[in-house]
Design a protein around this ligand. Structure first.
Ligand code: ADP
Ligand code: NI
Length: 221
């Protein structure tokens, strides 16, 4: 199998695995992250650094396959990802690199430092985070909240600052709280200059949404 075929087979596999996922991690989230990752990588490469596009694309495609949010026991084992990479004959070194990237992508709480060490991982993390903010981010947050039976907003419960991954995972608060616990923080956590630029208008749109939401909540005109 050549690289193009490996990517094509991976797309088919992910479409089959996550096609009907209903918490905002469906195939189209993966496809948006794949596209954004390549776009960021191409801009970054043109400007300064070098990133391996094949690694970026493969990691983007596989980044949510073993995500704790999608697994019944809430853990990440990376076995599906590792097995798939072996099945399509990805060499050991690249397989370890891809799993290493995926481990670093996820948000783990406002107080947990998750800055990745390689440019490839930084790019996929930025792309994944861009898809969690803006209009699409808002849509995904409420879709996730609905899937997990969360309230839209609960005025009595305040957002929490999570300084461990365990505390972040255990949290079952409202979707509006999630905006303050994660989504509005992402703009300042982007790694690449390209993603920082993209994040600006998405962030602003979310701020406007929250403003309007609270006005309506208070029955303001
Ligand atoms: P990450 O790995 O950084 O969590 P994902 O691609 O897995 O990134 O997706 C995170 C998505 O799940 C976001 O769009 C986010 O809105 C949603 N999400 C996660 N936790 C919550 C929550 N407690 N309430 C609402 N949405 C959530
Ligand atoms: Ni994702």
């Amino acid at each position: 199998m050549n690289k193009q075929e490996q990517l094509l087979e991976t797309k088919k596999y992910i479409r089959q695995e996550l096609g009907n996922e209903s918490s905002g991690h469906d195939w189209w989230h993966i496809e948006r992250v794949r596209k954004l990752s390549l776009k960021i990588a191409e801009t970054e490469i043109a400007e300064t650094e070098s990133a391996d596009l094949f690694t970026v694309e493969l990691a983007a495609l596989l980044h949510d396959l073993d995500d704790w949010k999608l697994n019944d026991n809430g853990t990440e084992s990376y076995t599906k990802t590792a097995n798939w990479l072996k099945k399509i004959n990805i060499e050991d070194e690249v397989r370890h690199q891809i799993i290493d990237i995926i481990k670093q992508v996820s948000f783990k709480g406002a107080g947990v430092n998750t800055k990745p060490d390689s440019l490839e991982a930084q790019i996929v993390q930025d792309a994944d985070r861009l898809d969690a903010i803006g209009a699409i981010g808002i849509a995904r947050a409420f879709s996730y909240g609905g899937n997990k039976n969360r309230l839209l907003h609960d005025p009595g419960s305040k957002p929490e600052y999570h300084d461990s991954f365990e505390a972040y995972k255990a949290n079952g608060g409202s979707t509006i709280n999630h905006f303050y616990e994660k989504l509005v923080l992402l703009k300042d956590l982007m790694n690449t200059d390209t993603a920082k630029q993209y994040a600006e208008s998405r962030h602003e749109f979310m701020e406007r949404f929250l403003h309007q939401f609270f006005d309506e909540w208070e029955a303001k005109e």
